[in-house]
Design a protein around this ligand. Structure first.
Ligand code: ATP
Ligand code: MG
Ligand code: FE
Length: 339
């Protein structure tokens, strides 16, 4: 079956079309340029942009795949978590398409979709696998017996998400929003061991994360240098900060694999696009005999293909479709894969 996926949880209007795990189209309109000058996503601006972008982005996806509306067999949409007003636009559009086309509707979890998307590139997920979800709003370790049915939370951040830490540290360093890709780039010219930043909760025996102490430590370090008139070598700060984040992430991910005796690790979400995280995770997985799967960077950040991929799994699993009454749920828990 051919599944149309609609993603509007944040600033990206993402439309994906898949058949099984074959990606046929993935079109995106982003309102990030409108948010960048505010240093964060402005919810009302995002909602309006989704409304304007929806029809052209769906049409572009159909054109890219060489398909007509009547070819679509099911519609999947991000039902949460995310910005309430932004989610609402996608959910309303998905209901209209499903009703108008007479096809089933599947409301899916954005976070589970960040995990499911890897199948478009690397095939079916091993059952079970450990998934580390690291994005702008979330940082979690998950045990995934079956991404269509059963996702178990093993631990998550007690304060900031990993992506949020990247964005906040970037601001301290005078880099544009969103900061993750800028820190990644700056860090390539820096020394990872230049500054010893703290690694929160590193060996505390839990599978939880904490990044707010690290963020504060970087801000204090920069303030102290500025106060004493010393110059700051941005690449060194970026590389040392980034190393502290990816050191903790990869250690905890492998601790989860060991604890649950699982030999397949998947990393998803926007921060999974980070080049140093990908490299260190590969190194440590090789040493531990764990197989690593990370989607290509363009599938790590928000997109419609991930929603279509999870929708396709739900269709294949014979899950009962959603009703046309489903709400958008801004705080949908990661364990609720579909609504
Ligand atoms: P969530 O998925 O939790 O709802 P979101 O959808 O806003 O949040 P994503 O689009 O999945 O988040 O990820 C965006 C985050 O990823 C931002 O914080 C951004 O800085 C970060 N990010 C993107 N590319 C990189 C990179 N190369 N290195 C580090 N962080 C990155
Ligand atoms: Mg985004
Ligand atoms: Fe996301």
């Amino acid at each position: 079956p051919l599944v149309l996926g609609i993603e509007t949880s944040c600033d990206e209007t993402g439309i994906g079309i898949v058949r099984g795990h074959t990606l046929l189209a993935n079109t995106i309109a982003s309102s990030m340029d409108e948010h960048a000058r505010y240093g964060g996503v402005v919810p009302e601006v995002a909602s309006r942009a989704h409304l304007e972008a929806m029809t052209p982005t769906v049409e572009a996806a159909l054109a890219e795949a060489g398909l007509k509306f009547s070819d679509i067999d099911a519609v999947a949409v991000t039902a949460g978590p995310g910005l309430a007003g932004a989610l609402l636009v996608g959910v309303a559009a998905a209901k209209s398409y499903a009703l108008g086309l007479g096809v089933p509707l599947y409301g899916v979890n954005h976070l589970a979709a960040h995990v499911a998307v890897d199948q478009l590139e690397h095939g079916p997920l091993p059952k079970p696998c450990i998934a580390m979800l690291v994005s702008g709003g979330h940082s979690s370790l998950l045990l995934v017996p079956d991404v269509a049915e059963d996702v178990i939370s093993l631990g998550s951040t007690v304060d900031d998400a990993a992506g949020e830490a990247f964005d906040k540290v970037a601001r301290v360093l005078g880099l544009p929003f969103p900061g993750g890709p800028h820190i990644d780039r700056a860090a390539r010219d820096g020394a990872r061991a230049a500054i010893a930043f703290p690694r929160g909760k590193i060996d505390d025996g839990t599978l939880d994360f904490s990044f707010s102490g690290l963020k504060t430590a970087v801000a204090r370090w920069v303030e102290a240098r500025e106060a004493s008139g010393e110059s700051i070598h941005v690449p060194d700060v970026a590389a040392s900060f980034q190393e502290a984040v990816v050191d903790v992430l990869t250690r905890k991910a492998l601790q989860a694999c060991r604890k649950y005796d699982v030999h397949d690790l998947l990393i998803g979400g926007g921060v999974a696009a980070n080049s140093r995280l990908r490299a260190l995770a590969q190194e440590r997985c090789d040493a531990a005999g764990v197989r690593l799967r990370v989607p290509r960077p363009g599938l790590c950040t928000d997109n419609g293909a991930m929603v279509a991929a999870l929708g396709s799994d739900l269709v294949a699993a014979g899950v009962t479709p959603s009703t046309l009454e489903i709400p958008a749920d801004s705080s949908l828990p990661v364990t609720t894969v579909h609504v």
